[in-house]
Design a protein around this ligand. Sequence first.
Ligand SMILES: Cc1cc2nc3c(=O)[nH]c(=O)nc-3n(C[C@H](O)[C@H](O)[C@H](O)COP(=O)(O)OP(=O)(O)OC[C@H]3O[C@@H](n4cnc5c(N)ncnc54)[C@H](O)[C@@H]3O)c2cc1C
Length: 426
Amino acid sequence: MSAVAASAASCYQPPSIAGDYQELDQKQRELLALAADLGRSKFAPRAARIDRDAVFPFENYADLHRAGLLRICVPAQYGGWGADFATYVMTAAEIGRHCGATALTLNMHVSSTMWTGFIADDLDMTPEQRDNHEVHRRMHYARIVEQGKVYAQPFSEGGAAAAGKAPFGTLARKVEGGYLVNGKKIFASLAGAADYYGILCTLDKPGATQRDSLYLAVDRNLPGVTVSGDWDPLGMRGTVSRTLLFQDVFVPAAERLMPEGLYAQAALRWPHMFATLSPTYMGIAQAAYDFTVQYLRGEVPGMPAVKRRMYPTKQVAVAEMKVKLEQTRAIFLQNARCARVDPSKEIRLGLYSAHYTVMENANDICRLAVRTCGGQAMLKTLPLERLYRDSRCGSLMLPWTAELCIDRLGRECLYEAGERDEPDAL
Ligand SMILES: Cc1cc2nc3c(=O)[nH]c(=O)nc-3n(C[C@H](O)[C@H](O)[C@H](O)COP(=O)(O)OP(=O)(O)OC[C@H]3O[C@@H](n4cnc5c(N)ncnc54)[C@H](O)[C@@H]3O)c2cc1C
């Protein structure tokens, strides 16, 4: 073996995001390999420009469509991969490793196929609702599978609704043949880029509550739909999460992504859906660790081959990062495998803990990476400073910000369903 071949063979080989490959089934292996290949060859080289210019990664979406990844969670009978929750989140984490903004925006798109797919299959519906849902989802899936259409998931409004504490302020009034929609969505990832905005609104009727929410796909070209505001944030810049305004937008009834009122049941019975934001950050944590090992070994492409691995303090720091990374991966994978309809209380508490851990540890692992690699490593020509900024965004995302996970955990650890304390005596 030549000296060059010998040194190439002994380079750090980034491991699978999903731990031991032997535990994966055939579909999981195929999807992970596809995501790793696209991520390494296409997404990683484009990530710096997308971040610098804060532009949507259109080229990555053309690649995702070609590779069939836009239909990862479309049920197999409609031409998709039919990936389950665990398979999806592992694949999403692999994409997040190479471009956080691509993984986070892809999650918005894929969520629309999970809500309407395996989650809807688990919900109680009347036979009429079920038939109606089949007709509607067939149309949405055909758009994705045959035409590569992309769906966004703008739920947030800047009030208490995105945290699940109030009905959505965006209103849908029933009219002949559909709904008239009025309202505003903030932080709408894929604003101006998605073909359809999958919005949550409240049926406009007296005394409406969260149970009257409605999940509608709004064609971005409909009259009355506008994108506003600028976009120059700290991180996740390629998500282009600008504001959407809906003014007297007529949305045909066929654009219902779920039967009226069903979203509330879905949100209550399938809470793992809210943790689909964390795979992106699992990927970012892995990427920060990978970078650190490569940097300390003197193997970062384009950098002088200076080794820094012989210093005991660096070794301790990498060990600390590895411990945190493996803790994060373990809870991430365990949570992925526990996902199901009507999870037990213990699974739900584990879910909050997992989501909190991934979001907070991703940022902490990036912090350690910057401190360990040192000054040259945070130059904008290298990915680490972007990973650091992107990682900060995870625990800010509703409905399960780090704070709200802690709120829920504290309360649900101490109270059983229906329990309350007597008000203090005056
Ligand atoms: C990069 C990025 C992309 C995003 N993309 C999307 C998207 O595509 N779709 C979408 O719907 N949203 C998206 N969001 C929005 C996100 O989920 C939040 O809605 C958004 O960050 C709102 O921030 P805010 O400061 O207005 O939250 P606020 O509601 O003002 O909350 C501020 C903080 O107060 C705390 N808080 C809020 N409510 C409560 C409560 N009831 N009890 C106790 N504490 C509370 C939370 O910890 C929260 O962090 C995105 C956000 C980011 C950062």
